[in-house]
Write a protein that binds this ligand. Structure first.
Ligand code: DAK
Length: 261
């Protein structure tokens, strides 16, 4: 597998574990790390052997403590446009990947870290995790899609409170408001992530991709348009081998053997 400076990738069967490792800076996203993550997730999306990914941070303290403030502090407007474009592209690559990506939030997920986690399909967190969008305290606003994804996940009022206030919330509160989907003791987090990833990797790949598209694209539409989109995607699945196999296996009371066709 390709070696990266700030990102470790490991394959376990058909699951890819992606660990951001800049522990000395609490895994803050500098340009180099964003570029490496872009390569990793482009390759993941294109690799037919991989069915699910887990994104996490190295060490006990942080998932990602945000964009790298040392680099941010040197940006002018033109530089900020480029930085935002690269971060938004990475977030879109994760969200639009044909395969699910689970964020395993092992500690601080702040600013750009919270935003990358929100681009993932499912977020599970350590009970010790703390999440937030503290950009306001630096005189800026979220730049990797945070104003948009946070308000869609937790609603307008809570997003306003978190982004205007800039305070962190703990894992229990993040779970309560729907920012994370499950919380676990720290020592169980990666096992639970792997369990979830393995289960998702066993689902029929075409229907998995279809689910992501229907939910993600539908969220940008009116309810009627979204239901029409669902109808189109749903009906096309009846031309797949996995639909025939899934239903045959149910009727024959056996485990389905999905091929992704
Ligand atoms: N960037 C760079 N270094 C960081 C960092 C960060 N975001 N967060 C932590 N570090 C570094 C610290 O500087 C420190 O380095 P040394 O002093 O040891 O060299 C080391 O990590 C350990 O951090 P602390 O000593 O501060 O550790 P504590 O346990 O005391 O505190 C903390 C942990 C997470 C509460 C604290 O480190 C902290 O507040 N960190 C900053 C959190 C933050 O504000 N994050 C949001 C960053 S802003 C844009 C696109 C996107 C964005 C902006 C613009 N474009 C459109 C241009 C996104 C912005 C952000 O994410």
């Amino acid at each position: 597998m390709t070696e990266y400076k700030n990102v470790l990738t490991e394959k376990k069967d058909n699951v890819l574990i992606v660990t951001i490792q800049r522990e000395k800076a609490l895994n803050a996203l500098n340009d180099e790390t964003v570029a490496e993550l872009q390569q990793v997730f482009d390759a993941f999306s294109a690799d037919a052997d991989l069915r699910c990914a887990i994104l996490t941070g190295a060490g006990p303290k942080a998932f990602v403590a945000g964009a790298d403030i040392t680099e941010l502090s040197k940006l002018d407007v033109a530089g900020a446009v480029e930085t935002a474009a690269r971060g938004l592209k990475l977030a879109a690559t994760i969200q639009n990947s044909p395969k699910p990506v689970i964020a395993a939030i092992n500690g601080f997920a702040l600013g750009g870290g919270c935003e990358i986690a929100m681009a993932c399909d499912i977020r599970i967190a350590s009970e010790k995790a703390r999440l937030g969008q503290p950009e306001i305290n630096l005189g800026i606003i979220p730049g990797y899609g945070g104003t948009q994804r946070l308000s869609r996940l937790v609603g307008r009022g809570k997003a306003m409170q978190m982004i205007l206030g800039g305070d962190m919330i703990n894992a229990a509160e993040a779970y309560r408001v729907g920012l994370v989907d499950e919380i676990y003791p720290p020592e169980e987090l990666m096992d639970k992530a792997m369990e979830m990833a393995t289960a998702l990797a066993g689902k029929p790949p075409v229907a998995v991709t279809a689910t992501k598209k229907a939910i993600n694209d539908g969220l940008n539409m009116t309810l009627d348009d979204g239901c029409n989109l669902e109808k189109d995607i749903f009906s096309k699945l009846f031309a797949t081998d996995d639909q025939t196999e899934g239903m045959a296996a149910f009727m024959e009371r056996r485990k389905a053997n999905f091929t992704g066709k």
